[in-house]
Write a new protein. Structure first.
Length: 220
C-alpha cells in the first residue's frame, strides 16, 4: 500500500468501527469541558467522570468556582491526582475568565493557552469539541498509533500532530482523533497488545513494529 492508501484504510476502518463517536468526558458546555480535560491529565476518563458531578454540583461555572477556596477544590478533585496543581489552576483560570472574558471560555488557541493549567492539547480538545474548530489533539494513544502505523517517527507529540494534520483531511480531524483514541484503547493498547485483534496495525503497521511484536511473542 502507498501511504495515501494506508490513510484511506485507517479512515474507512475507523468509520466502520465507530460510526458515531462521543468525547468520553462528561460535560455540558465549554467551561465544564475545559475543567474536565484539565482533570484528565495523568488520570482516567472514568475517574474524572466520577468526580466532575461532585465538583459541578457546587460549581459548574467560573462565578461559582471562585466562591470555593483552592483547598475546597483540591479536596473534591483529589482522587484524580495532581490535585494541588489542578485546583490552583482551575481557581485561577476561573478568575481570568471572569476578568478578561466576561465569564466565557474563549474560542481561540492563544487565549486558551494563556490560561493557567491549559496546554496545547487541552486547548485543542476544547477548540475541537466545544467550538467545532478543526484541531487534532494528540494523546498517548494517538502518539503510539501514529508511530505503529508508520505515519510519524514517534519523536514527540508536536511532530505527531504535524504529521496527523498533514496526512488526514482537515474536515475529519475533530472526529478522527476521538476514533483513534478509542481504537487505541480497545484494539491497540500499550500493554496487553494482541496484534491479531488490531486489524489496522496488522494490515499497515510499521515493519519494525510488527517484527518486534512477533519476536517478543516467540519468546513467550
Amino acid at each position: 500500500m502507498t501511504k495515501q492508501e494506508k490513510v484511506h484504510f485507517v479512515i474507512k476502518t475507523l468509520n466502520k468501527i465507530y460510526p458515531d463517536i462521543l468525547l468520553p468526558l462528561d460535560h455540558k458546555d465549554p467551561y465544564t469541558l475545559l475543567i474536565a480535560v484539565i482533570l484528565s491529565a495523568q488520570s482516567t476518563d472514568v475517574r474524572v467522570n466520577l468526580i466532575t458531578p461532585i465538583l459541578f454540583s457546587k460549581a459548574d461555572n467560573p462565578y461559582d468556582m471562585i466562591k470555593l477556596s483552592v483547598e475546597e477544590i483540591r479536596k473534591i478533585i483529589k482522587p484524580v491526582g495532581l490535585s494541588p496543581m489542578k485546583a490552583k489552576g482551575i481557581y485561577n483560570l476561573s478568575h481570568i475568565l471572569i476578568n478578561k472574558h466576561n465569564g466565557r471560555v474563549p474560542a481561540s488557541f492563544e487565549d486558551l493557552e494563556a490560561l493557567p493549567a491549559v496546554g496545547h492539547k487541552t486547548a485543542s480538545v476544547v477548540m475541537s469539541q466545544a467550538f467545532h474548530i478543526p484541531a487534532f489533539p494528540v494523546d498517548t494513544h494517538i502518539h503510539r498509533l501514529m508511530y505503529r502505523w508508520g505515519f510519524s517517527n514517534g519523536k514527540n507529540v508536536v511532530q505527531t500532530e504535524k504529521d496527523a494534520k498533514r496526512l488526514f483531511p482537515k474536515k475529519l480531524w475533530n472526529t478522527l482523533h476521538l476514533q483513534i483514541i478509542w481504537y487505541g484503547r480497545q484494539y491497540s493498547p500499550a500493554r496487553g497488545w494482541n496484534l491479531e485483534k488490531d486489524i489496522i496495525t496488522k494490515t499497515i503497521g510499521r515493519k519494525s513494529v510488527l517484527e518486534a511484536y512477533y519476536k517478543k511473542k516467540s519468546r513467550v
